[in-house]
Design a protein around this ligand. Structure first.
Ligand SMILES: NC(=O)c1ccc[n+]([C@@H]2O[C@H](COP(=O)([O-])OP(=O)(O)OC[C@H]3O[C@@H](n4cnc5c(N)ncnc54)[C@H](O)[C@@H]3O)[C@@H](O)[C@H]2O)c1
Length: 250
């Protein structure tokens, strides 16, 4: 599956699933626009993608803030003159029991994990329309379907991402824009390591809950994103592809 010359925006590419997706897309010929708040991580992934031969524009951008999105899109258009694919992936996790979540943590979750996805797509889609089509890939989660302790704000957001995906797909299908999501189960990323550091029991419980008996890798989810970005999924729109080692089977 090739992405030759496609201009791809990935949010949250400095770590985890975003970084693996950036590197896989780089190896398939994409032109990459990487948006993250972690400048050191961005530099590392920018260098890795460059070594794989990709043309890369790495920008410090907080996707919870609309003016920063606008600045990033202006730079992307100046550099690449269009946009073909958006991968909404950045995440803020408020890791706390439901009864302890504070308003500012809830707001930050909503602004990064829902508003960020929604408005970045809204700002990018007009450029896809100019190119007569495009792809939006929203990174959701199995926690868009079921609950979890210590992640109530996160689960709230992921449920919204699942139905946002369907609503966008429905409305944008006529513009030849495909909007799909991937719903990963437990994946061993920097974010997951941080969660395990703070709530050590998560490690054992997640492995127990996955029939395949292991965490997934960021690279395994990057492959699903590649499929959703490719011509091979030409009749898919509004789908949520679950990649969870069987987590949702019980
Ligand atoms: N790791 C898992 O087990 C798992 C499971 C299901 C779904 N997911 C989803 O996959 C995606 C990636 O998860 P991950 O575990 O790789 O994350 P991670 O925590 O390892 O990395 C997240 C990245 O997002 C960036 N980021 C955070 N806030 C940002 C902002 N406001 N603007 C721009 N960048 C920002 C971070 O700097 C970081 O580079 C998320 O949407 C997450 O919900 C992950």
């Amino acid at each position: 599956m090739g992405l030759d010359g496609k201009v791809v925006i990935i949010t949250g590419p400095a770590a985890g699933i975003g970084a693996a997706t950036a590197k896989l897309f780089a190896s398939r010929g994409a032109k990459l626009c990487l948006l993250d708040i972690d400048e050191a991580g961005l530099k590392r992934v920018e260098a890795d993608c460059g070594e794989l031969g990709a043309d890369v524009l790495a920008l410090k951008c907080d996707v919870s803030l609309l003016p920063e999105m606008d600045d990033a899109i202006s730079e992307i258009i100046r550099r690449f003159d269009g946009i073909d694919i958006l991968v909404n992936n950045a995440i803020f996790r408020a890791i706390k029991p439901f009864l302890e979540i504070e308003e500012d943590e809830f707001d930050k979750s909503l602004f990064t994990n829902i508003k960020g996805y929604f408005f970045l797509a809204q700002k990018v889609v007009p450029y896809m329309i100019k190119r007569h089509g495009g792809r939006v890939i929203n990174v959701a989660s199995t926690f868009g379907f079921v609950g979890s302790s210590n992640l109530s704000a996160y689960c709230t957001c992921k449920g919204a991402v699942v139905n946002m995906t369907r609503a966008m797909a429905f409305e944008l299908a006529g513009e030849n824009i495909h909007v799909n999501a991937v719903a990963p189960g437990p994946i061993m990323t920097e974010g997951m390591s941080d969660l395990i550091k703070r709530v050590p029991s998560v490690h054992e419980s997640r492995v127990q809950d996955v029939p395949m008996g292991r965490f997934g890798t960021p690279e395994e989810i990057a492959e699903v994103c590649l499929f959703l970005a490719s011509e091979q999924c030409s009749y898919m729109n509004g789908s949520v592809l679950v990649a969870d080692g069987g987590f949702l089977t019980h």
